[in-house]
Design a protein around this ligand. Structure first.
Ligand SMILES: Nc1nc2c(ncn2[C@@H]2O[C@H](COP(=O)(O)OP(=O)(O)OP(=O)(O)O)[C@@H](O)[C@H]2O)c(=O)[nH]1
Ligand SMILES: [Mg+2]
Length: 373
């Protein structure tokens, strides 16, 4: 009888132990994508990238755990500072001269122009600074630096709303359309943004509306697969981008996704064709859900040339935000101001490298501090 009781206790203990182990495993399991992975690639074949944390013990696949967007600009500020040292240090050096005469002011203006700040903004900054230096009569480097910081900040404008609208309404996901000239970093930005949203625990779905070449959708799918985000795409090269975008958004509605990010092509034979296509993509999406955000991606290294191209896009669709990429590779940080003024749209995100988490929310104060500190 006692042996029997002992056996029952042992069996009961084993069952409880198994249940606990099973429960722990279930809790540790990462959130699987709602729509499932629609791609054909083997997840093990995906390239390893630095800095990305890998979720171990995942029964689904080896998914990466992206970094949250908070504090990213702080982490990446070194890259900004490095490329913009010439601007910040140059200006401070000129301001700390024994005598600041007209020649010095001209040099200050040239430095600003070289940093792609644009003529109007450069003149404005010089005029304002000149006035304040004269009124205060200060020679103290710390005070001069504070004046420069204030004037630069006023140009970058800390009052603009820079939030990326990714809040779903009941029954409809938020839709973000990403546009821009070829090679500026659209697909990379969509991939990086998907990771930011995954880190916020959002269900994301990607739409590969760049049907210009099949490799474009493969590239997008790879970004998504690394964080368990599905991609809606067409296998057919040259398929109608508007219909792929529509399919992505309707799939997003069916799968109750929080956000649908749509990547588009930047290469088209002519300006009229591009305008028509982008306008159509947006209109067709709107048959299913509202487009919450149209992000125009601009390569910071292309300077004024990029500005001209950006204007063509702004004519085709109403842009709601700018993503300035490759700011890690240029000393022309002033382009932030030039673009915001030229297009009347805030810079919302900046790309500071090729790494998967090298996209940061733009913050005016941190940006100016990174340049002049
Ligand atoms: N250094 C740096 N490189 C970047 C950044 N963003 C994108 N890139 C690189 O720019 C190149 C082009 O990026 P894509 O995302 O393919 O550009 P795209 O606009 O989608 O190009 P198309 O699809 O051909 O129109 C890639 O090599 C990216 O790694 C950035 O912020 N910094
Ligand atoms: Mg692309």
């Amino acid at each position: 009888m006692t042996t029997q009781l002992m056996w029952i206790l042992v069996v009961a203990a084993v069952v409880v132990l198994l249940l606990v182990v099973f429960g722990v495993l279930l809790l540790r399991r990462p959130k699987a994508p709602r729509g499932g992975y629609t791609g054909t690639r083997d997840l093990d074949d995906l390239p390893d990238l630095d800095g990305a944390e890998v979720v171990e013990d995942s029964p689904v696949a080896t998914l990466e755990r992206p970094e949250s967007a908070r504090g990213r600009l702080q982490r990446l500020r070194g890259r900004l500072a490095k490329s913009n040292t010439v601007l910040g240090k140059g200006l401070l050096m000129l301001l700390s001269r024994e005598r600041i005469d007209q020649d010095t002011w001209d040099e200050i203006e040239d430095t600003l122009l070289m940093a792609d700040l644009g003529t109007d903004a450069s003149l404005e900054l010089v005029e304002n600074l000149k006035k304040r230096v004269r009124v205060t009569g200060t020679k103290d480097p710390a005070e001069l630096k504070a004046l420069l910081r204030e004037e630069m900040l006023a140009l970058v404008d800390p009052t603009l709303d820079r939030s990326v609208r990714t809040e779903a309404v009941p029954g409809k996901p938020a839709v973000v359309l990403v546009v821009g000239v070829n090679g500026v970093g659209k697909t990379t930005t969509v991939g990086k943004l998907a990771r930011v949203l995954v880190a916020e625990d959002k269900d994301v779905l990607l739409g590969g509306a760049d049907t210009f070449r099949a490799a474009a959708a493969d590239q997008l799918e790879t970004w998504g697969a690394r964080v368990g985000v599905p991609t809606v795409r067409s296998e057919q090269e040259g398929a109608d981008p508007a219909s792929v975008a529509y399919d992505a958004v309707t799939a997003g509605i069916e799968q109750e996704a929080d956000v649908v990010l749509v990547d588009t092509a930047g290469r088209l034979q002519n300006k009229a064709g591009l305008m028509d296509q982008l306008g159509k993509v947006k209109r067709v999406i709107e048959k299913a859900a509202a487009v919450d955000e149209v992000l125009l991606v601009i390569d910071a290294t292309t300077g004024q040339n990029g500005m001209a191209q950006a204007k063509v896009f702004a004519e085709a669709v109403d842009i709601t935000g700018i993503v300035l990429t490759k700011l890690d590779g240029t000393a022309k940080g002033g382009i932030v101001v030039a673009i915001q003024r030229g297009l009347g749209v805030p810079v919302k995100l900046i790309g500071l490298g090729e790494g998967p988490d090298d996209l940061a929310p733009f913050n005016a104060e941190q940006f100016v501090d990174a340049i002049i500190d």
